[in-house]
Design a binder for this molecule. Structure first.
Ligand code: ZN
Ligand code: ZN
Length: 258
């Protein structure tokens, strides 16, 4: 049905009729006033891909990411999206990270890459607190992976803290384009409860969306359901959605485009 609708929309032709490149440009032409379309419609690659794939994109999330990656290849170089590099600290489950990468790629339309692990020994921890000082991690991330203009996101099992903060789930620096999230307090085990991999994944996703929001320049949001709401406890993280509220979404779009 979506394909039938698309075919009808693009040329009032019957479903299953092929939409060739030239025909498509002519068919959408009447929708634009005083716009001169080039005879060779190379710039319509993106529109053409959407039309052809509408019938094949199902409700399954993988289908959508497949469609997104096909669209991505059609973008001209000046519109290439930002690259997000996820850096695991001391090895994090690769399946967990690739699932995380797919979810973040779909939300932010970043080109996501999972990098080799950053090796950090326990001697880097504060010996009294048994925690990792957040600037120690961000400095290492920038020194070993920075410099290409992309965004870095470190994922660690170490418990993180900052000056004047007992602990942080994560943090981000908009200007240095670096963010970090700790899994330590996102695990049920930390609270003496049975492990729950799915809960861990959902919490991690929410905190990563939150930190990437900061990296885009977003501030904390008063909406307790928004990913940009400040979490001081795991209950607040659980209460949040893994995406932005309407207001933050608009701001993030304005930031990405500007
Ligand atoms: Zn925050
Ligand atoms: Zn919000």
């Amino acid at each position: 049905m979506p394909k039938g609708f698309a075919c009808g929309f693009f040329g009032r032709v019957k479903s299953r009729e092929a939409l060739c490149r030239l025909a498509l440009a002519q068919r959408v032409g009447h929708l634009f006033v005083r716009v001169d379309f080039a005879r060779e419609p190379r710039e319509f690659g993106l529109v053409e891909t959407v039309a052809r794939n509408l019938g094949q994109v199902g409700s399954d999330a993988d289908d959508h990411s497949g469609a997104v990656s096909r669209l991505r290849r059609k973008k001209p170089p000046q519109e290439m999206e930002m690259q997000l590099r996820i850096v695991p600290v001391n090895g994090i489950d690769p399946a967990f990270l690739s699932r995380l990468g797919l979810c973040l790629a779909e939300r932010f339309l970043y080109d996501v890459v999972v990098e080799r692990s950053l090796s950090l020994s326990r001697s880097c921890l504060n010996s009294t607190r048994k925690q990792l000082f957040l600037p120690t991690l961000t400095t290492r991330l920038l020194r070993e992976y920075g410099g290409d203009g992309g965004l870095l996101l470190g994922i660690t099992d170490f418990d993180l803290y900052k000056t004047s903060q007992r602990f942080v789930f994560g943090d981000a620096d908009e200007h240095r384009r670096v963010a970090a999230v700790s899994l330590h307090r996102l695990r049920n085990d930390f609270y003496g409860e049975a492990s729950d991999e799915n809960a861990l994944f959902q919490r991690t996703l929410k905190e990563c969306v939150h930190e990437l929001g900061h990296a885009l320049g977003l501030k904390h949001c008063y909406n307790a359901r928004c990913a940009m709401h400040y979490s001081n406890s795991i209950f607040e993280t659980d209460n949040k959605m893994p995406h932005f509220c309407e207001v933050c979404e608009k701001r993030s779009r304005a930031r990405s485009e500007g």
